[in-house]
Write a protein that binds this ligand. Sequence first.
Ligand code: 5AD
Ligand code: SF4
Length: 455
Amino acid sequence: MNTNKKAYIETFGCQMNERDSEIMGQMLATADYSPTRDIKQADVIVINTCSIREKAEQKVYSLLGRIRKLKEEKPSLIISVAGCVAQQEGERLQARMEHVDIVIGPQHIYKLPELVDKAAQRNKPQPAVDLSPGFTIPPYSPPSPAKSSLKREEIGAKPAYKKFVTIMQGCNNFCTYCVVPYTRGRETSRPPKDIVAEISDLAQQGAKEVTLLGQNVNSYGLVSDGSLQYIPFPELLKKVSTVDGVERIRFTTSHPKDLSPELIECFATVEKLCPHFHLPVQSGSNRILRKMNRKYTIEQYLERVEALRQARPDIALTTDIIVGFPGESDEDFQATMQLLDTVRYHGAFSFKYSDRPQAKAIAFDNKIDEQVKSERLKILQERQNDISLQRNREYEGSVQLVMTEGVSKNGDGQWSGRTMSNIIVNFDGPALFPGQEVQVRITEGLLHSLRGVIA
Ligand code: 5AD
Ligand code: SF4
């Protein structure tokens, strides 16, 4: 590419956002912007934001505050805010941050080049944030020869062997703590033929692992009017597993209420499906689950965990937990602690509840004191760390099929890769390439990773 124009993209939040950033990077590349990792070099900056928790949103504002100076030094700089904060704040964001040129919600990322053009002509575009009830993800178009001749580094994409593919977006569940239904709109699924075509192209370009993405992949198949238009998720998994070259399939995220027996069965029958399941539970107390509008009881959740383990005994389970939801008593919190011991998750992401705009729980009474939330979080994380360490030690002595990712960050000159169950392994070995699978004997289980040697 013979352009000097540069784009800098920074991503906050979830894997959906990472994939959206990749798409925006690809579109900017075809509009002749090459990526830079140096924000000072940029002609266009895109901040892809997350508003899931208050803390995530604060990070965005502090970064935006810092880049105000860049715009003063270089008035032609185009600053874009994408993602959930953009959607949530819309015009307010531009009013509060005058140096922001473009505000673009998750349903509008495909318009980015057009808006950048407008902004370049000093024509500040209107925030692109209307949430259309009939929204569909644009049809898949195979990469044109011109586009595919761009190198991966030129478009700032993920490595070719490990790719994310969005299969649905939006959320219809309205958990009372959650902002996502208001920022990403109603659930809408991509047609299976688009998904399979995209994955087949990725496989031809060297993809060995694909992760199917959506806010709630278990209810895949719905379109935005709420009707079931496509095959259910387990059928989609089976289709994807027929794509030659793809060796590992993962998916995220799931809602326990939509975890069907057919999906559980896939863990026994679909060989390429990795034995890892991220199954957010949020709380161990039925009283709190009801107030969260989660639509399942702990007993139902545990039944599904049991069925998953029956189908695939080596499955690693991870979860998300919120502590300090309004009205959470000591007893409720103890029920969550009890759940940790019952399930013995391989890992858990845990958060202090924070009020989110538009989410119902903002109006709930009996908000929990910050200090109590912090104490509960600390107790919970300490217990989970003990369990995660024990879980990782259970791998000691076993041989695991590891997909190499690259050189380990531990500075020991080791390789780093992941087990089928998604645990990081650092290991000694001869020259390998990213995406290569090797058998590794596990010598030590640590809190966040395993150590091993090539078997
Ligand atoms: N406060 C704290 N944590 C939250 N999450 C979602 N909304 C909130 C909130 N208002 C957590 C949930 C979810 C994860 C992505 O973020 O655990 O699963
Ligand atoms: Fe953040 Fe959720 Fe939006 Fe992803 S979907 S960017 S996690 S708020």
